[in-house]
Design a binder for this molecule. Structure first.
Ligand SMILES: CC(C)(COP(=O)(O)OP(=O)(O)OC[C@H]1O[C@@H](n2cnc3c(N)ncnc32)[C@H](O)[C@@H]1OP(=O)(O)O)[C@@H](O)C(=O)NCCC(=O)NCCS
Length: 143
C-alpha cells in the first residue's frame, strides 16, 4: 500500500488565502462541475474562515467555515483525491468550529459526497434539491 502524502493545513481569512484557494475552486467547481463562474466567489468568503491544504508548496485543496456554522466550498484537485486531503480539510474546519464553540454544523452536500460527510458525523436532513444545477442534500452535525 502507498503511504499517504504529507499534507499541511493552513487556516486563515480570505485576504490571506484567496490567492491559493481561488484557482482550486475555479478548477474544481467551474471547470470540472460547470458551476457558473459568477456564483463561485461570494460575499461569504470575506466573512469565513478558510482552510487550505498544501502538499509541499502546492495548494491542493480548500474549504470554508461561515460564522453561522455552515461548512462549504470543499474542493480537492482531481489528481489529489482519495489520499486523505478532503478528510484533513474537513477535520480542520470541524476542529476550528469546535474551538469557536459552534456545536451545530450545517452543510449543503452534493449528493455524490454524502458518504464522505457521513464519515464525519453529518446526517442527511430533508429532501434533495437543486443548487447551481447539481443535486444537493442538507446535512447536520451536532456535537
Ligand atoms: C468530496 C471531496 C472533497 C473529497 O476529498 P478527497 O480528498 O477525495 O477525500 P479523502 O481522500 O480525504 O476521503 C476521506 C474518506 O472519505 C471517503 N470518500 C471520499 N469521497 C467520497 C465520496 N464521494 N463518497 C463516499 N466516500 C468518500 C474516502 O474513501 C475516505 O475514506 P477512508 O478514510 O476510509 O479511506 C473531493 O472528492 C472533491 O473535491 N470533489 C469535487 C468537489 C466536490 O464535489 N465537493 C463537495 C461539494 S459538497
Amino acid at each position: 500500500m502507498n503511504a499517504r502524502p504529507v499534507i499541511t493545513l493552513r487556516l486563515g481569512d480570505w485576504s490571506e488565502l484567496a490567492a491559493q484557494a481561488t484557482p482550486i475552486r475555479f478548477q474544481v467547481f467551474v471547470d470540472e462541475q460547470q458551476v457558473p463562474a459568477d456564483m463561485e466567489l461570494d460575499e461569504f468568503d470575506a466573512l469565513s474562515c478558510h482552510a487550505l491544504a498544501l502538499a509541499g508548496e502546492e495548494a491542493v485543496g480548500t474549504g470554508r467555515l461561515l460564522p453561522d456554522g455552515h461548512i462549504g466550498r470543499m474542493a480537492v484537485r482531481a489528481d489529489w483525491r482519495g489520499q486523505g486531503v478532503g478528510a484533513a480539510l474537513l477535520q480542520a474546519l470541524i476542529d476550528e468550529a469546535e474551538r469557536r464553540g459552534m456545536r451545530r454544523l450545517v452543510l449543503s452536500a452534493q449528493t455524490h459526497a454524502l458518504g464522505f460527510y457521513t464519515r464525519f458525523g453529518f446526517v442527511p436532513e430533508g429532501e434533495v434539491y437543486d443548487e447551481a444545477g447539481l443535486p444537493h442534500q442538507m446535512m447536520l452535525r451536532q456535537s
